[in-house]
Design a protein around this ligand. Structure first.
Ligand SMILES: [Zn+2]
Length: 148
């Protein structure tokens, strides 16, 4: 596993524990070069469904994409990563029940709905990506409506 800070490939596991009722392993790692510490999650890939994108193309759902977009919204915010994993798990369980797949639009909307309860700043950041505001005016209108 590559170090998140210096990209060095030699990192050692300093702690591992089970999470998500035994469906995931959480590993605390330390870079052998720069000493940076970070956490990785290893989980069983048991959910699979199709996602229809806004241009109509379909692709297999990838958790990592949802995860990285959420983590981006939480950049430099203090957040419990286990909470984010939990949030994605809950949504995946709902999404997977749709046998014909779901739209990427719905993924965005559902994530947004969850973020609002967790962190308002992350929520606004995610909303700005998801809604793709044309200009600052549209963005301010959105904020006004959401938080009034
Ligand atoms: Zn490093």
């Amino acid at each position: 596993m590559r170090c998140v800070k210096c990209k060095n490939l030699d990192t050692k596991v300093i702690d591992s524990r089970l999470g998500e009722e035994g469906r995931a392993i959480r590993r605390r790692r330390e870079c052998e070069k720069c000493g940076a510490r970070f956490t990785t999650f290893e989980r069983v890939e048991f959910i699979s469904f199709m996602v229809t994108k806004s241009d109509g193309r379909k692709e297999v759902y990838e958790r990592s994409k949802v995860q990285s977009s959420i983590l981006k919204a939480f950049n430099k915010r203090n957040v419990d990563h286990a909470k984010i994993e939990q949030l994605i798990n809950e949504l995946e369980n709902e999404w997977a029940q749709n046998k014909r797949g779901i739209t990427s639009k719905r993924i965005g909307r559902d994530v947004l709905g969850k973020l609002r309860d967790i962190d308002e700043v992350a929520y606004v950041r995610y909303a700005s990506i998801y809604n793709n505001f044309e200009d600052i005016q549209h963005f301010l209108e959105f904020i006004r409506e959401e938080f009034s």
